[in-house]
Ligand binder design. Structure first.
Ligand SMILES: Cc1cc2nc3c(=O)[nH]c(=O)nc-3n(C[C@H](O)[C@H](O)[C@H](O)COP(=O)(O)O)c2cc1C
Length: 418
Protein backbone atom coordinates (compact mmCIF):
# COMPACT_ATOMS: atom_id res chain seq x y z
CA UNK A 1 0.00 0.00 0.00
CA UNK A 2 1.48 3.34 -1.03
CA UNK A 3 2.11 6.13 1.45
CA UNK A 4 1.73 8.91 -1.17
CA UNK A 5 -1.98 9.55 -0.66
CA UNK A 6 -2.16 8.44 2.94
CA UNK A 7 -3.35 10.93 5.55
CA UNK A 8 -1.26 8.96 8.05
CA UNK A 9 2.01 9.64 6.29
CA UNK A 10 1.69 13.31 5.44
CA UNK A 11 3.93 15.57 7.53
CA UNK A 12 2.59 17.40 10.55
CA UNK A 13 3.96 20.32 12.53
CA UNK A 14 4.07 20.40 16.32
CA UNK A 15 5.39 23.80 17.31
CA UNK A 16 8.60 24.27 15.35
CA UNK A 17 9.01 20.53 14.68
CA UNK A 18 7.95 18.84 11.48
CA UNK A 19 7.24 15.13 11.76
CA UNK A 20 7.06 12.89 8.67
CA UNK A 21 4.11 10.80 9.85
CA UNK A 22 1.06 11.02 12.12
CA UNK A 23 1.25 7.80 14.14
CA UNK A 24 3.13 8.31 17.40
CA UNK A 25 4.16 6.16 20.34
CA UNK A 26 2.14 7.42 23.31
CA UNK A 27 3.41 7.36 26.90
CA UNK A 28 3.53 3.98 28.64
CA UNK A 29 5.33 3.72 31.99
CA UNK A 30 8.38 1.59 31.26
CA UNK A 31 8.93 0.08 34.75
CA UNK A 32 12.56 -0.39 33.78
CA UNK A 33 14.38 2.30 35.78
CA UNK A 34 16.34 1.66 38.96
CA UNK A 35 14.45 1.87 42.23
CA UNK A 36 15.67 5.45 42.61
CA UNK A 37 14.57 6.53 39.14
CA UNK A 38 17.76 6.30 37.07
CA UNK A 39 17.67 5.08 33.50
CA UNK A 40 18.99 1.60 32.67
CA UNK A 41 20.09 -0.35 29.61
CA UNK A 42 16.59 -1.88 29.61
CA UNK A 43 15.07 1.60 29.10
CA UNK A 44 17.51 2.27 26.25
CA UNK A 45 16.69 -1.08 24.63
CA UNK A 46 12.92 -0.47 24.91
CA UNK A 47 13.07 2.86 23.07
CA UNK A 48 15.83 1.87 20.62
CA UNK A 49 13.55 -0.78 19.15
CA UNK A 50 10.61 1.60 18.74
CA UNK A 51 12.95 4.16 17.16
CA UNK A 52 14.34 1.49 14.84
CA UNK A 53 10.77 1.05 13.67
CA UNK A 54 11.06 4.64 12.31
CA UNK A 55 8.40 6.00 14.66
CA UNK A 56 8.35 9.78 14.04
CA UNK A 57 7.55 10.76 17.63
CA UNK A 58 8.01 8.76 20.82
CA UNK A 59 6.74 10.00 24.18
CA UNK A 60 8.30 8.48 27.30
CA UNK A 61 6.29 6.94 30.08
CA UNK A 62 5.47 9.41 32.83
CA UNK A 63 8.59 10.73 34.52
CA UNK A 64 8.26 12.06 38.06
CA UNK A 65 9.27 15.69 38.51
CA UNK A 66 9.97 15.39 42.24
CA UNK A 67 10.17 12.62 44.78
CA UNK A 68 6.64 13.16 46.17
CA UNK A 69 5.24 12.88 42.64
CA UNK A 70 6.50 9.33 42.13
CA UNK A 71 3.73 6.74 41.75
CA UNK A 72 5.53 3.44 41.32
CA UNK A 73 8.85 1.66 41.76
CA UNK A 74 11.19 1.55 38.75
CA UNK A 75 9.66 4.75 37.33
CA UNK A 76 12.01 7.16 35.58
CA UNK A 77 12.72 10.42 37.41
CA UNK A 78 13.85 13.88 36.35
CA UNK A 79 13.93 15.15 39.91
CA UNK A 80 17.65 15.86 40.09
CA UNK A 81 20.56 16.84 37.83
CA UNK A 82 22.20 13.47 38.43
CA UNK A 83 19.43 11.91 36.26
CA UNK A 84 20.54 13.88 33.16
CA UNK A 85 23.39 11.65 31.92
CA UNK A 86 21.22 8.53 32.04
CA UNK A 87 18.34 10.23 30.25
CA UNK A 88 20.79 11.59 27.65
CA UNK A 89 21.84 8.03 26.78
CA UNK A 90 18.21 7.10 26.06
CA UNK A 91 17.74 10.22 23.93
CA UNK A 92 20.93 9.50 21.98
CA UNK A 93 19.75 5.95 21.28
CA UNK A 94 16.46 7.26 19.85
CA UNK A 95 18.10 10.07 17.88
CA UNK A 96 20.52 7.57 16.33
CA UNK A 97 17.50 6.30 14.38
CA UNK A 98 16.22 9.75 13.46
CA UNK A 99 13.05 9.90 15.58
CA UNK A 100 11.90 12.76 17.79
CA UNK A 101 11.55 12.13 21.50
CA UNK A 102 9.39 13.90 24.11
CA UNK A 103 9.52 13.38 27.88
CA UNK A 104 6.21 13.10 29.70
CA UNK A 105 6.39 15.04 32.97
CA UNK A 106 4.16 14.03 35.83
CA UNK A 107 3.27 14.35 39.47
CA UNK A 108 0.91 11.58 40.53
CA UNK A 109 -0.88 13.56 43.24
CA UNK A 110 -3.35 11.31 45.05
CA UNK A 111 -3.11 8.44 42.52
CA UNK A 112 -0.53 6.47 44.42
CA UNK A 113 -0.39 3.55 46.79
CA UNK A 114 2.12 5.08 49.22
CA UNK A 115 3.45 1.71 50.45
CA UNK A 116 3.99 0.62 46.81
CA UNK A 117 5.79 3.78 45.68
CA UNK A 118 7.44 4.34 49.07
CA UNK A 119 6.18 7.88 48.87
CA UNK A 120 6.01 9.90 52.06
CA UNK A 121 2.74 11.68 51.39
CA UNK A 122 0.01 11.92 48.75
CA UNK A 123 -0.69 15.51 47.75
CA UNK A 124 -3.68 16.74 45.78
CA UNK A 125 -5.60 19.89 44.95
CA UNK A 126 -7.97 19.15 47.84
CA UNK A 127 -8.26 16.54 50.51
CA UNK A 128 -10.42 14.04 48.59
CA UNK A 129 -9.67 10.39 49.29
CA UNK A 130 -9.10 8.18 46.24
CA UNK A 131 -11.97 5.66 46.27
CA UNK A 132 -9.99 2.97 44.46
CA UNK A 133 -6.81 2.99 46.52
CA UNK A 134 -8.19 4.53 49.71
CA UNK A 135 -5.22 6.89 49.67
CA UNK A 136 -5.72 9.83 52.02
CA UNK A 137 -4.48 13.09 50.56
CA UNK A 138 -3.08 16.35 51.78
CA UNK A 139 -4.24 19.53 50.02
CA UNK A 140 -1.30 21.53 48.65
CA UNK A 141 -0.72 24.98 50.09
CA UNK A 142 -0.11 27.85 47.66
CA UNK A 143 3.58 27.82 48.64
CA UNK A 144 3.75 24.09 47.85
CA UNK A 145 2.08 24.66 44.47
CA UNK A 146 4.78 27.26 43.73
CA UNK A 147 7.43 24.69 44.73
CA UNK A 148 5.89 22.21 42.29
CA UNK A 149 5.78 24.80 39.48
CA UNK A 150 9.54 25.05 40.01
CA UNK A 151 9.90 21.25 40.03
CA UNK A 152 8.13 20.94 36.65
CA UNK A 153 10.31 23.70 35.17
CA UNK A 154 13.48 22.13 36.62
CA UNK A 155 12.48 18.74 35.24
CA UNK A 156 11.72 20.23 31.80
CA UNK A 157 15.10 21.93 31.77
CA UNK A 158 16.84 18.67 32.72
CA UNK A 159 15.02 16.91 29.89
CA UNK A 160 16.05 19.62 27.44
CA UNK A 161 19.66 19.33 28.65
CA UNK A 162 19.42 15.54 28.15
CA UNK A 163 18.50 16.26 24.50
CA UNK A 164 14.74 15.66 24.44
CA UNK A 165 12.96 17.45 21.58
CA UNK A 166 10.03 18.51 23.74
CA UNK A 167 7.99 17.67 26.82
CA UNK A 168 4.41 16.65 27.45
CA UNK A 169 2.60 17.68 30.64
CA UNK A 170 0.45 14.81 31.89
CA UNK A 171 -2.92 16.33 32.72
CA UNK A 172 -4.99 13.25 31.87
CA UNK A 173 -6.11 10.14 33.73
CA UNK A 174 -6.50 11.66 37.18
CA UNK A 175 -2.92 12.60 38.03
CA UNK A 176 -2.12 15.85 39.85
CA UNK A 177 -2.72 18.31 36.99
CA UNK A 178 -5.92 16.46 36.13
CA UNK A 179 -6.90 16.64 39.82
CA UNK A 180 -6.56 20.42 39.67
CA UNK A 181 -8.71 20.67 36.53
CA UNK A 182 -11.55 18.48 37.81
CA UNK A 183 -14.05 19.97 40.28
CA UNK A 184 -14.54 16.53 41.88
CA UNK A 185 -10.95 16.57 43.15
CA UNK A 186 -10.47 20.35 43.25
CA UNK A 187 -12.67 21.94 45.93
CA UNK A 188 -10.36 24.87 46.62
CA UNK A 189 -11.71 28.33 47.23
CA UNK A 190 -8.45 30.20 46.53
CA UNK A 191 -7.00 31.32 43.17
CA UNK A 192 -6.49 27.63 42.16
CA UNK A 193 -10.12 26.54 42.58
CA UNK A 194 -13.58 27.39 41.31
CA UNK A 195 -13.57 28.86 37.80
CA UNK A 196 -11.81 27.21 34.85
CA UNK A 197 -9.42 30.17 34.86
CA UNK A 198 -8.43 29.21 38.43
CA UNK A 199 -8.42 25.43 37.97
CA UNK A 200 -6.06 25.79 34.98
CA UNK A 201 -3.76 28.31 36.70
CA UNK A 202 -1.27 25.65 37.84
CA UNK A 203 -0.91 24.38 34.24
CA UNK A 204 -0.40 27.89 32.87
CA UNK A 205 2.15 28.77 35.55
CA UNK A 206 4.14 25.62 34.75
CA UNK A 207 4.11 26.47 31.03
CA UNK A 208 5.20 30.05 31.76
CA UNK A 209 8.02 28.82 34.02
CA UNK A 210 9.21 26.42 31.31
CA UNK A 211 9.08 29.22 28.72
CA UNK A 212 11.19 31.51 30.95
CA UNK A 213 13.84 28.78 31.20
CA UNK A 214 13.73 27.26 27.74
CA UNK A 215 12.44 30.00 25.46
CA UNK A 216 9.44 30.12 23.10
CA UNK A 217 10.50 27.39 20.68
CA UNK A 218 10.86 24.33 22.92
CA UNK A 219 7.66 22.33 22.24
CA UNK A 220 5.43 21.75 25.25
CA UNK A 221 2.34 19.65 24.60
CA UNK A 222 -0.35 18.46 26.98
CA UNK A 223 -2.25 15.20 27.51
CA UNK A 224 -5.76 15.62 28.85
CA UNK A 225 -9.04 13.80 29.08
CA UNK A 226 -11.83 13.94 26.53
CA UNK A 227 -14.11 12.88 29.40
CA UNK A 228 -13.35 12.34 33.08
CA UNK A 229 -15.68 9.33 33.11
CA UNK A 230 -16.68 9.87 36.73
CA UNK A 231 -20.39 9.03 36.84
CA UNK A 232 -22.23 10.38 39.92
CA UNK A 233 -19.23 12.57 40.72
CA UNK A 234 -18.37 16.10 39.62
CA UNK A 235 -16.10 15.05 36.78
CA UNK A 236 -15.60 17.06 33.61
CA UNK A 237 -17.64 16.38 30.49
CA UNK A 238 -16.29 16.85 26.99
CA UNK A 239 -17.59 20.40 26.49
CA UNK A 240 -15.87 21.62 29.66
CA UNK A 241 -12.64 19.86 28.72
CA UNK A 242 -12.75 21.48 25.27
CA UNK A 243 -13.03 24.87 27.02
CA UNK A 244 -9.94 23.95 29.06
CA UNK A 245 -8.11 22.97 25.86
CA UNK A 246 -8.93 26.38 24.37
CA UNK A 247 -7.33 27.98 27.45
CA UNK A 248 -4.28 25.72 26.98
CA UNK A 249 -3.96 26.61 23.29
CA UNK A 250 -4.15 30.31 24.15
CA UNK A 251 -1.46 29.82 26.81
CA UNK A 252 0.88 28.35 24.20
CA UNK A 253 0.71 24.54 24.37
CA UNK A 254 1.73 23.18 20.96
CA UNK A 255 -0.64 20.17 20.77
CA UNK A 256 -3.15 18.20 22.85
CA UNK A 257 -3.40 14.43 23.15
CA UNK A 258 -6.81 13.14 24.19
CA UNK A 259 -7.29 10.25 26.60
CA UNK A 260 -10.08 9.36 29.06
CA UNK A 261 -10.76 8.52 32.72
CA UNK A 262 -9.20 8.58 36.18
CA UNK A 263 -8.13 5.59 38.37
CA UNK A 264 -11.55 5.86 39.99
CA UNK A 265 -13.25 5.42 36.61
CA UNK A 266 -12.19 1.80 36.18
CA UNK A 267 -10.71 0.96 32.78
CA UNK A 268 -12.09 3.30 30.07
CA UNK A 269 -8.44 4.29 29.36
CA UNK A 270 -7.57 0.82 28.07
CA UNK A 271 -10.59 -0.89 26.53
CA UNK A 272 -10.34 -4.63 25.93
CA UNK A 273 -10.57 -7.66 28.22
CA UNK A 274 -9.50 -7.80 31.83
CA UNK A 275 -8.92 -11.40 33.05
CA UNK A 276 -5.12 -11.26 32.75
CA UNK A 277 -5.03 -7.63 33.79
CA UNK A 278 -6.90 -8.03 37.06
CA UNK A 279 -5.18 -11.31 37.97
CA UNK A 280 -1.76 -9.66 37.64
CA UNK A 281 -2.89 -6.45 39.29
CA UNK A 282 -4.30 -8.16 42.37
CA UNK A 283 -1.04 -10.08 42.78
CA UNK A 284 1.14 -7.06 41.96
CA UNK A 285 0.56 -3.36 42.65
CA UNK A 286 -2.84 -3.92 44.30
CA UNK A 287 -1.34 -6.33 46.82
CA UNK A 288 0.08 -3.18 48.46
CA UNK A 289 -3.42 -1.84 49.12
CA UNK A 290 -4.45 -1.59 52.72
CA UNK A 291 -6.83 -4.19 54.09
CA UNK A 292 -9.81 -4.57 53.62
CA UNK A 293 -9.51 -3.18 50.06
CA UNK A 294 -7.06 -5.93 49.13
CA UNK A 295 -9.41 -8.66 50.35
CA UNK A 296 -12.42 -7.05 48.68
CA UNK A 297 -10.58 -6.94 45.36
CA UNK A 298 -9.47 -10.59 45.70
CA UNK A 299 -12.99 -11.78 46.53
CA UNK A 300 -14.76 -9.72 43.89
CA UNK A 301 -12.16 -10.10 41.13
CA UNK A 302 -14.33 -12.41 38.97
CA UNK A 303 -17.24 -9.97 39.21
CA UNK A 304 -15.05 -6.92 38.53
CA UNK A 305 -13.58 -8.76 35.53
CA UNK A 306 -17.00 -9.56 34.13
CA UNK A 307 -18.27 -6.00 34.61
CA UNK A 308 -15.10 -4.49 33.09
CA UNK A 309 -15.29 -6.80 30.07
CA UNK A 310 -18.84 -5.64 29.45
CA UNK A 311 -18.31 -1.94 30.14
CA UNK A 312 -15.03 -1.40 28.31
CA UNK A 313 -15.07 -3.65 25.25
CA UNK A 314 -12.10 -3.16 22.94
CA UNK A 315 -12.73 -1.04 19.86
CA UNK A 316 -10.48 1.02 17.65
CA UNK A 317 -10.17 4.72 18.26
CA UNK A 318 -12.52 4.85 21.25
CA UNK A 319 -11.46 8.41 22.14
CA UNK A 320 -12.74 9.56 18.73
CA UNK A 321 -15.99 9.87 20.69
CA UNK A 322 -14.46 13.13 22.03
CA UNK A 323 -11.78 14.43 19.66
CA UNK A 324 -14.12 15.95 17.00
CA UNK A 325 -15.30 18.49 19.60
CA UNK A 326 -11.68 19.46 20.30
CA UNK A 327 -10.98 19.70 16.55
CA UNK A 328 -13.89 22.12 16.16
CA UNK A 329 -12.42 24.64 18.61
CA UNK A 330 -8.63 24.24 18.32
CA UNK A 331 -6.07 25.08 15.68
CA UNK A 332 -3.18 23.22 17.34
CA UNK A 333 -2.88 19.50 16.48
CA UNK A 334 -5.30 17.14 18.24
CA UNK A 335 -3.79 13.70 18.81
CA UNK A 336 -6.14 10.81 19.56
CA UNK A 337 -4.95 7.81 21.61
CA UNK A 338 -6.92 4.67 22.34
CA UNK A 339 -7.35 1.31 20.66
CA UNK A 340 -5.78 2.02 17.26
CA UNK A 341 -4.54 -1.16 15.61
CA UNK A 342 -5.10 -0.96 11.83
CA UNK A 343 -4.06 1.44 9.12
CA UNK A 344 -7.59 1.78 7.80
CA UNK A 345 -8.94 2.94 11.17
CA UNK A 346 -6.10 5.44 11.70
CA UNK A 347 -6.34 6.85 8.18
CA UNK A 348 -10.10 7.17 8.43
CA UNK A 349 -9.87 9.05 11.75
CA UNK A 350 -7.57 11.65 10.19
CA UNK A 351 -9.25 11.76 6.77
CA UNK A 352 -12.64 12.36 8.40
CA UNK A 353 -11.15 15.29 10.32
CA UNK A 354 -11.76 13.70 13.74
CA UNK A 355 -8.13 14.26 14.78
CA UNK A 356 -4.84 15.40 13.24
CA UNK A 357 -2.70 12.49 14.39
CA UNK A 358 -3.08 9.25 16.32
CA UNK A 359 -0.96 7.63 19.01
CA UNK A 360 -0.74 4.09 20.31
CA UNK A 361 0.66 2.39 23.39
CA UNK A 362 -0.18 -1.30 23.61
CA UNK A 363 0.25 -1.84 19.86
CA UNK A 364 3.90 -0.72 20.21
CA UNK A 365 4.42 -2.88 23.31
CA UNK A 366 3.31 -5.89 21.26
CA UNK A 367 5.21 -4.76 18.15
CA UNK A 368 7.96 -2.15 18.53
CA UNK A 369 8.07 -1.88 14.72
CA UNK A 370 4.34 -1.08 14.59
CA UNK A 371 4.90 2.22 12.72
CA UNK A 372 7.03 0.68 9.97
CA UNK A 373 4.77 -2.34 9.67
CA UNK A 374 1.68 -0.15 9.28
CA UNK A 375 3.44 2.16 6.82
CA UNK A 376 4.81 -0.67 4.69
CA UNK A 377 1.73 -2.84 5.08
CA UNK A 378 3.75 -5.64 6.65
CA UNK A 379 2.40 -8.06 9.24
CA UNK A 380 3.64 -7.94 12.82
CA UNK A 381 2.61 -9.16 16.27
CA UNK A 382 -0.89 -7.82 16.85
CA UNK A 383 -2.04 -6.57 20.27
CA UNK A 384 -5.25 -8.37 21.28
CA UNK A 385 -6.13 -5.93 24.11
CA UNK A 386 -5.71 -8.57 26.85
CA UNK A 387 -4.32 -5.83 29.13
CA UNK A 388 -1.74 -8.14 30.70
CA UNK A 389 0.69 -5.21 30.38
CA UNK A 390 -1.69 -3.00 32.38
CA UNK A 391 -1.94 -5.65 35.08
CA UNK A 392 1.82 -5.55 35.57
CA UNK A 393 1.98 -1.72 35.64
CA UNK A 394 4.60 -0.54 38.07
CA UNK A 395 5.48 -4.06 39.20
CA UNK A 396 6.99 -5.64 36.04
CA UNK A 397 8.34 -4.07 32.83
CA UNK A 398 5.78 -2.84 30.31
CA UNK A 399 5.91 -5.86 28.03
CA UNK A 400 3.50 -8.05 26.13
CA UNK A 401 2.21 -10.74 28.50
CA UNK A 402 -0.08 -12.52 26.05
CA UNK A 403 1.61 -15.90 25.47
CA UNK A 404 1.09 -16.25 21.72
CA UNK A 405 1.55 -12.54 20.86
CA UNK A 406 4.73 -12.45 22.96
CA UNK A 407 6.02 -15.61 21.22
CA UNK A 408 5.41 -13.92 17.87
CA UNK A 409 7.21 -10.78 19.09
CA UNK A 410 10.21 -12.79 20.33
CA UNK A 411 10.43 -14.65 17.01
CA UNK A 412 10.29 -11.36 15.09
CA UNK A 413 13.03 -9.81 17.23
CA UNK A 414 15.19 -12.92 16.84
CA UNK A 415 14.80 -12.68 13.05
CA UNK A 416 15.73 -8.97 13.15
CA UNK A 417 18.81 -9.69 15.25
CA UNK A 418 20.00 -12.54 12.97
C1 LIG B 1 1.55 -0.46 30.40
C2 LIG B 1 0.92 0.88 30.23
C3 LIG B 1 1.49 1.99 30.85
C4 LIG B 1 0.93 3.27 30.67
N1 LIG B 1 1.57 4.36 31.21
C5 LIG B 1 1.13 5.60 30.87
C6 LIG B 1 1.90 6.74 31.24
O1 LIG B 1 2.96 6.65 31.84
N2 LIG B 1 1.41 7.96 30.88
C7 LIG B 1 0.24 8.10 30.17
O2 LIG B 1 -0.12 9.22 29.84
N3 LIG B 1 -0.50 7.03 29.82
C8 LIG B 1 -0.06 5.80 30.13
N4 LIG B 1 -0.75 4.71 29.67
C9 LIG B 1 -1.98 4.92 28.85
C10 LIG B 1 -1.61 4.99 27.37
O3 LIG B 1 -0.90 6.17 27.10
C11 LIG B 1 -2.86 4.95 26.47
O4 LIG B 1 -3.69 6.02 26.80
C12 LIG B 1 -3.65 3.65 26.57
O5 LIG B 1 -2.79 2.55 26.60
C13 LIG B 1 -4.64 3.50 25.40
O6 LIG B 1 -3.96 3.50 24.17
P1 LIG B 1 -3.65 2.12 23.37
O7 LIG B 1 -4.96 1.46 23.08
O8 LIG B 1 -2.95 2.54 22.13
O9 LIG B 1 -2.80 1.27 24.24
C14 LIG B 1 -0.24 3.43 29.88
C15 LIG B 1 -0.81 2.30 29.27
C16 LIG B 1 -0.24 1.06 29.43
C17 LIG B 1 -0.85 -0.10 28.70
Amino acid sequence: MATANSTLFTPIRIGQLTLPGRLFKTATAETRATLDGFSTQAVIDFYSLIARGETPLIITGNIYVCRDGKSAPMQLGADDDDKIPGLAKVVDAVHAHGGKFFAQLNHCGRQVIPRFAQSPVAYSASDVKDLLTGTQTQALTVAEIQRLVGCYADAAERCQRAGFDGVQLHSANGYLLSQFLTPYTNRRTDEYGGSLENRSRFHRQILEAIRVRLGPDFPVIIKMNGSDWLPLRDGLKTGELVEAAVVFERAGFAAVEISVGHYESGFPMVCGTFELCLRHMVEGSMSYLPEPRRTLLRVFRPLVTLASNLLWKGRQGYNLDYTPQFKEKLSIPVICVGGFRTRDAMEAAIAQGKCDAVSAGRAFIADPFFYRHIRDNQPGPHCVDCNGCVGHLGAQPAECYHPSVKAEKDAMLAREAA
